[in-house]
Design a protein around this ligand. Structure first.
Ligand code: UD1
Length: 420
């Protein structure tokens, strides 16, 4: 198994090109099931998660081809069997998103329930309730969802989400685009990935209004066509490298980053003493002075993203004073705390709050990655620590960060991947 070795203490200087958003690409890939035309995605990130989903799509009968220049071509001319087996879904939760498109296109589907994951139980009740509101009949049997559309296909409906869910909002959109009549989705998630998915679906011929706002209206259409779509730049990767540059110190241009997609993080970073400037072609991050403590609380977009909470905590271990970090989205998202403590951080967890007391003089040590974003927080801490930090179990990192070592070492970090 591979691991990453970081010798800390180098500042970061240079340019990091931001890849396409993993969380957007995975839903855009599921959208290929809605058309017998070809869907071609540019700026498609090459990640373990997109490969897992590619395997599932291929199993469903889709032609999937990675092409040069980060292009991914998918052609679902025919769906051989609308069945997504456990072994392919369990590897990556977002695979569950094939359910809606399969019912919309084929009238029925059998898809494995995804199960929980390290950061929490992550149920899919809201996804299923939204599909039921469109007329799908859902039965759960032996770990599988058996779903059937009514005669004549899914029907438009009204869905009021009891709380905001990114996945359920996207899933409802993916199913409603081919339903008969109008669908109204209320209390929707407003993450940029939702507008990206709606933009691509509209380019395929769908009629979606309001994506990125709380109420989304969809007029169903009979069929969708293929299209070419560029995946939105990854705001979580952007935030991660921004925090890395702040922790290590230096001056980094995050090329292609969209400033507006990270306003809550920029606010917190500016309060911490980091310079954040939008410039043509991206966002520049500079830090040379001391880091100040800042309290944050994770929230749905446009609030502070849970997916950069672990990374921000790593930064706060270096701040001069105490900060409070409150996690409100997932119940078990502090697994990086014991690992950061191994590097010398002083963090106390009480329920969904962590109190970080800095500044800690971090010292390199072997640590273990526990989930995707937690693992990259250990890389960030390693960049700022004295000596060697070895991050084990990096398959988590490979799920969501494209060429992480290459991107960081091009800016002066001393980081290599080695085999155990
Ligand atoms: C997506 C992102 C993930 C990010 C999260 C929140 C992808 C592939 N993943 O996850 O990186 O951390 O948004 O920004 O896009 N919930 C339910 N029932 C449901 C659905 C969700 O109770 O049917 C709960 C979840 O357990 C969680 C909360 O709602 O506590 C928000 O989850 P949600 O927004 O759905 O996250 P995901 O779409 O799974």
């Amino acid at each position: 198994m591979d691991r990453i070795r970081i010798r800390g203490g180098q500042s970061l200087n240079g340019t990091i090109e931001i890849s396409g958003a993993k969380n957007s690409a995975l839903k855009l890939m599921a959208a290929c099931l809605l058309t017998d035309g070809e869907l071609s995605l540019s700026r498609s990130p090459r990640l373990a998660d997109s490969r897992f989903l590619g395997q599932l799509l291929a199993h469903l009968g889709v032609e999937v081809e990675e092409q040069a220049g980060s292009r991914l071509r998918m052609h679902a001319a025919n769906i051989s069997d609308p069945f997504a087996p456990y072994d392919l879904v369990r590897k990556m939760r977002a695979s569950f998103n094939v359910l809606g498109p399969l019912i919309a296109r084929e009238g029925k589907a059998k898809v494995s329930l995804p199960g929980g994951c390290a950061i929490g139980a992550r149920p899919v009740n809201l996804h299923l309730e939204a599909l039921e509101a469109l007329g799908a009949e859902i039965e759960l049997e032996e770990g599988y969802v058996h779903a059937t559309a009514p005669k004549g296909g899914l029907q438009g409906g009204r869905v009021v989400f009891p709380f905001v869910s990114v996945g359920a909002t996207e899933h409802a959109m993916l199913a409603a685009v081919l339903a008969k009549g109008e669908t109204v989705l209320e209390n929707c998630a407003r993450e940029p990935e939702i507008a990206d998915l709606a933009g691509c679906l509209n380019a395929m011929g769908a009629k979606i209004e309001g994506a990125g706002e709380a109420v989304i209206r969809i007029q169903g259409v009979d069929r969708l066509n293929g299209t070419d779509w560029a995946v939105v730049p990854d705001r979580i990767e952007t935030g991660t490298y921004a925090i890395a540059a702040a922790a290590a110190g230096g001056n980094v241009l995050l090329k292609d980053a969209i400033e507006d997609h990270n306003q809550a993080l920029w606010r917190a970073m500016r309060l911490a003493g980091v310079e954040v400037e939008a410039e043509s072609g991206g966002v520049r991050i500079k830090r040379s002075g001391p880091i100040k403590p800042v309290d944050i609380q994770t929230e749905p977009f446009p609030g502070f993203p849970t997916d950069t909470q672990a990374q921000f905590m790593a930064l706060m271990t270096l701040a001069d004073g105490a900060s409070i970090i409150r996690e409100t989205i997932f119940e078990n998202r502090f697994m990086h705390v014991p690992e950061l403590s191994r590097l010398g951080a002083d963090i106390q967890v009480r329920g969904n709050e962590a109190v970080v007391r800095g500044p800690s003089k971090l010292k390199g040590a072997p640590v273990m990655a526990t989930d995707l974003r937690a693992s990259v927080s250990l890389v960030i801490a390693g960049l700022a620590a004295e000596g060697d930090t070895i991050v084990n179990r990096i398959y988590h990192l490979d799920r969501g960060f494209e060429r992480l070592e290459a991107k960081l070492s091009a800016c002066g970090a001393d980081i290599i991947r080695e085999s155990e």
